[in-house]
Structure formats: structure tokens, C-alpha cells
Design a protein around this ligand. Sequence first.
Ligand SMILES: Cc1ncc(COP(=O)(O)O)c(C=O)c1O
Length: 376
Amino acid sequence: MKDRFTVVAPRAVTIVKGKNALLWDTDGNEYIDCIAGHGVANVGHCNEAVVAAITKQANELITCPYVLENDVRMQLEKKLAAITPSNLTKTFLCNSGAEAVEAALKCARFTTGKTDVIGTVRGFHGRTMGSLSATHKPFYKEGFEPLVPGFSWVPYNNLEKLEAAITEETAAVILEPVQGEGGVRVADDAYLQGVQKLCNENGILLILDEVQAGFCRTGKMFACEHAGVQPDMLCLAKAIAGGVPLGALVCSDAIKPPIAKHGTTFGGNPLAAAAGLAAIQYMEAHNLAVAAEERGALFEKLFTQQTFSQVREFRRKGLMIGIELREKVKPYLDALQTEGVLALPAGPTVMRFLPPLTISKEEIERVVAAVVKVLS
Ligand SMILES: Cc1ncc(COP(=O)(O)O)c(C=O)c1O
């Protein structure tokens, strides 16, 4: 057999089946999944509503190019406009988070005629050349330079540094309301409100990247709702379609669409759009934003009942949880896997938990018990 093109070091487990918050491997071992595809499976693995929608749509129409209208795609666009902040009206559908960010960066330049974008320290926005250029961590970029010029980074949650970084050429500010890959770091409401004000005063576009934090994960449909902030562009993907690849850039009327200049073949295909509609309807019907906050609060209550010398900080927004250690997390993640819990790193010293929002209270109790055991 030829070598596989492996870009991550996979764990020694082959997953073959999933249901709600559980996964099973080839040997029939069961795991509680706190990875959930890096925050994709918010509605649970193999959610019945999503399975039914794709099964039905697969028998109706699977592909339809953007040059033709499509009923399901239009319904999804309408739905996204309805659930995102009220100033966001227009949607560009694509296939991933990086593509949503890429579209936002292109729209920022196209709309303003300016070139530069300010991001934040520890910000992560994807791995295509544009989204990688917006990403802060040098590790992801080494070996791929030269990247797109015009990007700079300021400390997160620091308004003064942002103000000082603005120039005549600043087209946009891009940031995550909760940094995921950067270690589950939560933006203060006052900071986000200040960023919006600064952007408005200086004619700069605000791009919020909710690829990981969106779709009920933080206890609201979108994390920006906590601060009541209205971005000019909102980047979405991951949980949008219950596990089917789909991304979206939702824009305000201030954004000039680059007509016939930007596009994608598969974006908004009827199959993914049907999955998206079903997943969003499920989130609304089952109040997953409320569930995320309840389950997250239970995790916090149970975990913070004890103290551990290795733990530097516990951070949480809804059911987006980071436990920062004073040491490397890898051995603890391996031990958790042995205990039947799959969790993620967020940088070398942060354990990250992004379980499906449909996880039961009893499963949360089992996860916390396993975390306590491996830390003890
Ligand atoms: C905040 C954020 N933006 C963008 C991306 C890139 O998304 P994708 O992997 O779907 O390209 C990610 C992926 O982890 C992310 O967390």
C-alpha cells in the first residue's frame, strides 16, 4: 500500500460508528466524544433530523450550481439571515470555515479598497493562504511563506492596542468572540462592544469568526449575542449542517458582493443546504443554546469542587470548555482516552472539551469523573 498523506498524527483508535455524544471503535469500545469533530457535532452524531433530511434530499437533487436558483439553498440563506444579528442579510455559502474566512477577507478588500487586516494574538482562522495569513501562531505558517501581506496582530481583549494599530490602510478587524484553537479564551463583552465602536468610528469592517463558537455552543445561537455586537461579516461553518461540510459568510448590506469574481462549485449544494436547515431547526426546536449553558455549568460545578496543583485556570463559555494546565496536556488526553473520554488540546497546555450539545447530564458527570481521575 502507498503511504497515506497524513497531516496530523492520528490517535491509535479507528472510529466506525457514532450516536449522539457516543462513538465506537473497531473493537466495540465506547467513548464519550468531547471532540465532536472540533465542535461540528453540536446536534449529536447521526442526528435523526439531519439523517432524514439528507436521505430525502439525496432522492430529490444533490447538486445545483450557483448560476441556477435552488429552493433548499434559498431557504437556508433565509434562515441564516433570520437567526444572525439583524444587520446581516446576505449569505455566501461555501464548504468550510477557511473558505468563509477567505470570502470575508476578499470582501473586506473589495468593499473598502484597502488592503490591511488586524487580527488578534492567538487568533486562528484556517489553513488556506488567506485565512492562514490572518492566523497568528507562527507554527502554522512556517514553511508556507510568503503569505498574503497586510496582516498584523494585537493582544486579545486589549482595546488600546487595537486602536493604536489602526492605519489609513486598515480594511477590517478579524477576531473570534471565543478563541478556540488559541486556548478557549473568552472576549469580554465590553471589549467586543469597544471593538465595534472603534470599527464604526474609523470606517473599518468588523469580521467575527464564529466557525467554532457559533450555533449554540456558547449558550446563545451566536457568541456575539452575549455582547449585543453586530459584525459586518460573520464567518460560520463546523456545526452549521450537523456534520455535512458547509460554510457560510453572512454579510451586512455594507458589503459589496464581488459578483462573478468569487464563488465555489460545491458551496450551498442542495444536500448540504438540506442538512443545514435540518440542523438549525433542530437546534432551535430543542433549545440547544440553553442546553449548552446548563451542561457547561454542570461541568464547571462538578469540576471546580476540587483543586489540582496542575490546573492553572478553568475557562468556559457555554459548553466550550478549556482547562489550562501548568504542564503539557498530551499525557492527560491519552489517559482520558483510556478512560473512554475523547478530548482535544487547544495549544500545548490546554485541555479542550467541545461535546455535542445534546450530551446528557449523566454523560457530563462521567466526563468530569474521568478528568478528576486522570488529574488526581
Ligand atoms: C475559529 C476558526 N476559524 C476557522 C477555522 C477553519 O475552519 P475549517 O477547518 O473548516 O477550514 C477553524 C477551524 O478550526 C476555527 O476554529
